[in-house]
Design a protein around this ligand. Structure first.
Ligand code: FAD
Ligand code: NAP
Length: 531
């Protein structure tokens, strides 16, 4: 009963949703995106100020006004490559994304990344360019009133003379393709996945069992193996997952609802038994329940979300998820970086295991689109949460001797799990320093916990820097700068293995990266968190 994977790039399935609110992209030849280039913050950094009356809400209002945004009076046409290429001007700009052609001219002024960014894909297929930046963006919903039609023949992916990389992934060697098997007892069904990977852990396994459907995604480096079936019989709500780290064997145990023998596991659903590049798959969302909301500061709260009983998901350190809600009939999606219940949390001790609960620390911007709506959720309300994404790898902490964390505002969130993991698991670590930039004392997240940790853990040191301190503040003041960094980030030995993590508003991160380069830290020694 062992099964091998179907090969080839399958796009997101019917239940896989791609959602977001911004349509922003950056050239593939931008400094910072090429191999060997210094990592610069992503698209958020390229955001331009929008004119008055050109916010997302204004765009939503325009799309609902009934105005003809395509110029085709609601007709959908078949677009040839030649026709597409003719529409390459600001006031007549068509772009193809995944075979669908949109007239994006009416959207130009509403585009947070600016008109020039959109124009890079004018009259051509912008799919790859778009995917490189925000593959989670819900362009279908955002641009549905701009839909011109479908491509007659798929155009070559050329953006302003740049031939983008083929979408067909270089699949890994056959030897590492996973396979699966299943067996049963009177009460249990066990699905076994042979990943043939030595360093598998339970963070690499995401399982969702809801409404009779079984979906398991196993992340193996940049690839993911998907099992996706409509189960032949009913199961109980809760599932369990075991991972044998040495052999890479993953066991998913389902409890039968009725003690009867299953003749087959189920009917395959979209992309079942496929092994494709992870980024090829769309984001998968499941509904979580808000179970608690606790004030952290005057404008920031810690929210605990409970995953559905049939879900196993652990957000790896340094990774983020997307939260999705419907606001004024439109899906809004924003990324958030899960934290721990507290800085001292230990997975063994907590009553809320990491594979069943997700904690997010969110700052509420009263004039913001997403966060005020999120804060209005009541305990027991539901919110959709995506599978994790992000390019931080635990291996970056391996054998580390000195870890420096530069955080500004909620840019502290990725540092929480990194700090905890490094102090608990990295035996070579001699020193961890956090430099935490905020406006005022009242904005400092988990200040007491940080100070307590610094008191009890001799390897940990924290420095608060305020940009708008009161005159009583005796600590450091100002914004990120060369003098501050050169004083704070010093190798204790010339050949110390060092990592510097940086996260905050995009210009803060950009500035930090530049300064660290000036201080002669190498690209490998710096990890910046961006969109
Ligand atoms: P927005 O609508 O984005 O507005 C935010 C502020 O900017 C408001 O004050 C608004 O008035 C102002 N503004 C908006 N548009 C403009 C404009 N065009 N010109 C001038 N001002 C403008 N945040 C957290 O709190 N916790 C996290 O863990 C976290 N993790 C993140 C992880 C990643 C990978 C990224 C990229 C971001 C993360 N963020 C996090 C930020 C988060 O995704 C949202 O950006 C944040 O919550 C604000 O969203 P919003 O829709 O509420 O506000
Ligand atoms: P904030 O309170 O506005 O600012 C925090 C500190 O950063 C302040 O001292 C502020 O100084 C300083 N700062 C702001 N802009 C700066 C700049 N251009 N140069 C130097 N210093 C600057 O921050 P926030 O509202 O919490 O925002 C946090 C940001 O982090 C958001 O943009 C969020 O998207 C981002 N974030 C990213 C991730 C990720 O993984 N990518 C995760 C979490 C958060 P001033 O008072 O002088 O402005």
């Amino acid at each position: 009963m062992r099964h091998g994977p179907a090969r080839g790039g399958c796009d997101g399935g019917g239940d896989v949703l791609r959602h977001g609110v911004l349509l922003t992209w950056r050239r593939s030849d931008d400094p910072g995106s090429g191999p060997g280039a210094w990592p610069l913050p992503g698209p958020g950094a390229g955001a331009v100020p929008l004119k008055q009356g050109r916010s997302l809400m204004d765009w939503i209002r325009l799309t609902k006004s009934g105005k003809d945004l395509t110029g085709l009076k609601g007709r959908l046409i078949e677009v040839t490559e030649e026709e597409l290429s003719k529409h390459n001007k600001k006031d007549d700009c068509w772009v193809c994304i995944r075979g669908l052609v949109y007239n994006v001219s009416p959207y130009m002024e509403y585009h947070p990344g600016g008109e020039d960014e959109l124009m890079r894909a004018a009259g051509s297929d912008g799919t790859d360019l778009f995917d490189q930046v925000h593959r989670w963006v819900n362009y279908e919903s955002m641009l549905k009133e701009c839909l011109v039609g479908r491509m007659a023949v798929k155009p070559v992916a050329i953006v302003k003379g740049i031939l983008l990389k083929s979408k067909v992934p270089d699949l890994p060697a056959k030897e590492i393709s996973p396979s699966y098997d299943w067996f049963q007892t009177d009460s249990l069904v066990t699905i076994v996945i042979y990943t043939k990977q030595k360093d598998m852990d339970s963070e690499s396994v995401i399982v969702d069992c809801q409404d009779g459907c079984f979906r398991a995604e196993i992340i193996i480096k940049d690839y993911s193996y998907l099992l996706h079936s409509e189960l032949s019989h009913e199961i109980q709500e809760d599932i369990s997952v075991r991972v044998a780290e040495k052999t890479g064997k993953v066991e998913i145990v389902l409890k039968k609802k009725d003690n009867i023998s299953w003749k087959y596991l189920g009917h395959p659903l979209e992309n079942h038994n496929s092994f494709t590049e992870h980024r090829e798959k769309g984001l998968y969302y499941r509904k979580c329940t808000l179970i608690s909301k606790v004030d952290v500061t005057h404008d920031t709260k810690l929210y605990c979300l409970m995953l559905p009983p049939g879900t196993h998901l652990q957000v790896p350190i340094g990774q983020h998820v997307y939260l999705k809600q419907i606001v004024s009939g439109t899906e809004l999606v924003k990324p958030y970086t899960p934290v721990l219940e507290s800085l001292h949390s230990d997975s063994q001790e907590t009553q809320h295991p990491h594979n069943k609960y997700v904690y997010v620390m969110i700052k509420i911007y009263h004039t913001g689109l997403f966060s005020p709506h999120f804060d209005r959720l009541q305990i027991g309300d539901c919110v959709s949460l995506s599978s994790p994404e992000g390019n931080f790898k635990k291996s970056q902490l391996q054998d580390l001797e000195e870890l420096f964390l530069l955080a500004a505002g909620t840019g502290f969130t990725p540092m929480v799990k990194i700090l905890n993991f490094a102090l608990t698991n990295i035996t070579s670590l001699r020193k961890v320093k956090l430099m935490f930039f905020n406006k005022t004392e009242g904005d400092i997240l988990w200040r007491n916990q940080l100070e307590q940790l610094a008191d009890k853990e001799r390897r940990f040191e924290v420095e608060f820097i305020l940009s708008e301190p009161t005159c009583e503040w005796t600590g450091k003041r100002g914004r990120i700068s060369l003098p501050l960094l050169s004083e704070f980030i010093k190798r204790s030995l010339e050949d110390s293995r060092v990592l510097i993590c940086i996260c905050g508003p995009a210009p803060f991160t950009e500035q930090g990266i530049r300064l660290l380069k000036d201080l002669n830290f190498s690209q490998e020694e710096v990890h910046s968190f961006t969109a």
